[in-house]
Design a protein around this ligand. Structure first.
Ligand code: GNR
Ligand code: NI
Length: 167
Protein backbone atom coordinates (compact mmCIF):
# COMPACT_ATOMS: atom_id res chain seq x y z
CA UNK A 1 0.00 0.00 0.00
CA UNK A 2 1.18 3.51 -0.74
CA UNK A 3 -0.06 7.06 -0.58
CA UNK A 4 0.26 8.54 -4.07
CA UNK A 5 0.92 12.17 -4.96
CA UNK A 6 -2.23 14.00 -6.04
CA UNK A 7 -1.63 16.36 -8.99
CA UNK A 8 -2.86 19.94 -8.73
CA UNK A 9 -4.40 22.12 -11.44
CA UNK A 10 -3.00 23.30 -13.90
CA UNK A 11 -0.92 20.10 -14.29
CA UNK A 12 -1.40 19.04 -17.95
CA UNK A 13 -1.78 15.37 -16.94
CA UNK A 14 -5.18 16.28 -15.44
CA UNK A 15 -6.31 17.04 -19.01
CA UNK A 16 -5.50 13.62 -20.49
CA UNK A 17 -8.23 11.26 -21.66
CA UNK A 18 -7.84 8.01 -19.72
CA UNK A 19 -7.65 4.71 -21.60
CA UNK A 20 -9.89 1.68 -20.90
CA UNK A 21 -8.79 -0.94 -18.38
CA UNK A 22 -8.16 -4.23 -20.19
CA UNK A 23 -6.31 -6.33 -17.60
CA UNK A 24 -7.98 -7.02 -14.27
CA UNK A 25 -4.88 -8.42 -12.61
CA UNK A 26 -3.00 -8.20 -9.31
CA UNK A 27 -1.23 -5.04 -10.45
CA UNK A 28 -4.55 -3.26 -11.01
CA UNK A 29 -5.83 -4.50 -7.65
CA UNK A 30 -2.72 -3.10 -5.95
CA UNK A 31 -3.19 0.23 -7.72
CA UNK A 32 -6.87 0.36 -6.62
CA UNK A 33 -5.76 -0.22 -2.99
CA UNK A 34 -3.31 2.67 -3.35
CA UNK A 35 -6.10 4.89 -4.75
CA UNK A 36 -8.29 4.08 -1.72
CA UNK A 37 -5.45 4.68 0.72
CA UNK A 38 -4.65 8.02 -0.95
CA UNK A 39 -8.33 9.03 -1.00
CA UNK A 40 -8.95 8.18 2.68
CA UNK A 41 -5.72 9.91 3.69
CA UNK A 42 -6.52 13.15 1.79
CA UNK A 43 -9.35 12.90 2.95
CA UNK A 44 -11.77 12.78 0.03
CA UNK A 45 -14.94 10.98 -1.03
CA UNK A 46 -13.61 10.04 -4.47
CA UNK A 47 -10.37 9.79 -6.45
CA UNK A 48 -9.71 9.13 -10.13
CA UNK A 49 -6.51 7.54 -11.52
CA UNK A 50 -6.02 10.70 -13.63
CA UNK A 51 -5.42 12.66 -10.41
CA UNK A 52 -2.33 10.61 -9.59
CA UNK A 53 -0.97 10.79 -13.15
CA UNK A 54 -2.24 7.41 -14.37
CA UNK A 55 -4.31 7.74 -17.56
CA UNK A 56 -6.48 4.64 -17.01
CA UNK A 57 -10.26 4.52 -16.65
CA UNK A 58 -10.57 3.66 -12.98
CA UNK A 59 -11.80 5.68 -10.01
CA UNK A 60 -12.69 4.92 -6.40
CA UNK A 61 -15.37 6.39 -4.17
CA UNK A 62 -16.65 6.14 -0.61
CA UNK A 63 -19.34 8.64 0.40
CA UNK A 64 -20.41 6.72 3.52
CA UNK A 65 -20.29 8.21 7.04
CA UNK A 66 -18.29 5.29 8.39
CA UNK A 67 -15.88 5.17 5.45
CA UNK A 68 -16.79 1.52 5.05
CA UNK A 69 -18.53 1.47 1.65
CA UNK A 70 -15.68 1.45 -0.89
CA UNK A 71 -16.79 1.45 -4.53
CA UNK A 72 -14.49 0.69 -7.47
CA UNK A 73 -15.49 2.10 -10.85
CA UNK A 74 -13.47 0.66 -13.73
CA UNK A 75 -14.51 1.63 -17.27
CA UNK A 76 -17.57 3.49 -15.91
CA UNK A 77 -20.42 4.63 -18.18
CA UNK A 78 -23.39 6.84 -17.39
CA UNK A 79 -26.71 5.20 -18.29
CA UNK A 80 -29.15 7.84 -17.08
CA UNK A 81 -29.03 11.26 -15.43
CA UNK A 82 -31.77 12.86 -13.33
CA UNK A 83 -32.84 16.47 -12.95
CA UNK A 84 -30.30 19.27 -12.78
CA UNK A 85 -29.49 20.81 -9.41
CA UNK A 86 -27.00 23.35 -8.10
CA UNK A 87 -24.48 21.91 -5.66
CA UNK A 88 -21.31 22.99 -3.87
CA UNK A 89 -18.29 21.21 -5.25
CA UNK A 90 -14.60 20.86 -4.53
CA UNK A 91 -11.72 18.75 -5.87
CA UNK A 92 -8.51 17.43 -4.35
CA UNK A 93 -6.73 18.62 -7.54
CA UNK A 94 -8.05 22.18 -7.00
CA UNK A 95 -7.18 22.59 -3.31
CA UNK A 96 -8.92 25.08 -1.04
CA UNK A 97 -11.55 26.10 -3.55
CA UNK A 98 -15.27 25.36 -3.56
CA UNK A 99 -17.91 26.67 -5.88
CA UNK A 100 -21.46 26.07 -7.03
CA UNK A 101 -21.94 24.01 -10.18
CA UNK A 102 -24.82 22.28 -11.92
CA UNK A 103 -24.97 18.49 -11.57
CA UNK A 104 -27.68 15.87 -11.95
CA UNK A 105 -29.44 14.82 -8.75
CA UNK A 106 -29.42 11.11 -9.65
CA UNK A 107 -27.11 8.96 -11.75
CA UNK A 108 -27.51 5.43 -13.04
CA UNK A 109 -24.19 4.00 -14.16
CA UNK A 110 -22.48 0.80 -15.21
CA UNK A 111 -18.91 -0.08 -14.26
CA UNK A 112 -16.63 -3.02 -13.53
CA UNK A 113 -15.25 -3.94 -10.13
CA UNK A 114 -11.63 -4.92 -9.43
CA UNK A 115 -12.31 -8.43 -10.74
CA UNK A 116 -13.77 -7.17 -14.00
CA UNK A 117 -17.35 -8.03 -12.96
CA UNK A 118 -19.83 -5.60 -14.51
CA UNK A 119 -22.42 -4.02 -12.20
CA UNK A 120 -25.05 -1.30 -12.43
CA UNK A 121 -25.99 1.12 -9.69
CA UNK A 122 -28.37 4.03 -9.21
CA UNK A 123 -27.20 6.73 -6.82
CA UNK A 124 -28.38 10.12 -5.57
CA UNK A 125 -27.09 13.06 -3.58
CA UNK A 126 -23.34 13.24 -2.91
CA UNK A 127 -22.75 9.84 -4.55
CA UNK A 128 -24.43 10.97 -7.77
CA UNK A 129 -22.36 14.15 -7.71
CA UNK A 130 -19.20 12.17 -7.06
CA UNK A 131 -19.81 9.69 -9.93
CA UNK A 132 -20.26 12.59 -12.36
CA UNK A 133 -17.16 14.33 -10.95
CA UNK A 134 -14.93 11.22 -11.21
CA UNK A 135 -16.10 10.37 -14.74
CA UNK A 136 -15.23 13.92 -15.77
CA UNK A 137 -11.68 13.39 -14.45
CA UNK A 138 -11.31 10.31 -16.69
CA UNK A 139 -12.14 12.57 -19.65
CA UNK A 140 -9.67 15.27 -18.56
CA UNK A 141 -12.38 17.59 -17.22
CA UNK A 142 -12.46 19.53 -13.95
CA UNK A 143 -15.46 21.13 -12.23
CA UNK A 144 -13.84 24.55 -12.62
CA UNK A 145 -14.41 24.21 -16.39
CA UNK A 146 -18.06 24.97 -15.55
CA UNK A 147 -17.16 28.32 -13.93
CA UNK A 148 -16.57 31.66 -15.68
CA UNK A 149 -13.18 32.11 -17.36
CA UNK A 150 -12.44 34.96 -14.94
CA UNK A 151 -12.97 32.73 -11.91
CA UNK A 152 -10.95 29.94 -13.55
CA UNK A 153 -8.05 32.33 -14.22
CA UNK A 154 -8.07 33.55 -10.60
CA UNK A 155 -7.99 29.96 -9.33
CA UNK A 156 -5.12 29.03 -11.67
CA UNK A 157 -3.05 32.08 -10.65
CA UNK A 158 -3.60 31.30 -6.96
CA UNK A 159 -2.56 27.65 -7.38
CA UNK A 160 0.47 28.51 -9.53
CA UNK A 161 1.62 30.92 -6.82
CA UNK A 162 1.15 28.30 -4.09
CA UNK A 163 3.06 25.71 -6.12
CA UNK A 164 5.98 28.10 -6.71
CA UNK A 165 6.13 28.88 -2.99
CA UNK A 166 6.15 25.16 -2.17
CA UNK A 167 9.20 24.45 -4.35
O1 GNR B 1 -13.48 14.76 -1.78
C1 GNR B 1 -14.15 15.29 -2.66
N1 GNR B 1 -15.28 15.93 -2.31
C2 GNR B 1 -16.21 16.37 -3.24
C3 GNR B 1 -17.17 17.26 -2.80
C4 GNR B 1 -18.11 17.73 -3.65
C5 GNR B 1 -18.10 17.29 -4.95
C6 GNR B 1 -17.15 16.41 -5.41
C7 GNR B 1 -16.21 15.96 -4.55
S1 GNR B 1 -15.02 14.84 -5.11
C8 GNR B 1 -13.69 15.26 -4.06
C9 GNR B 1 -12.52 14.35 -4.27
C10 GNR B 1 -12.01 14.51 -5.68
O2 GNR B 1 -11.41 15.47 -6.09
N2 GNR B 1 -12.28 13.54 -6.50
O3 GNR B 1 -11.93 13.61 -7.79
NI1 NI C 1 -11.74 15.76 -8.21
Amino acid sequence: MAILKILHHPDPRLRETAQPITEFDAELSQFIDDLFETMYDAPGVGLAATQVGVAKRVAVMDCSEGKDKPIVMANPEILELGDAETVDEGCLSVPEHFDKVTRHATTRFRAQDRNGETYEMEVEGLMAQCVQHELDHLDGKLYIDKLSSLKRMRIRKKLEKAQKAAR
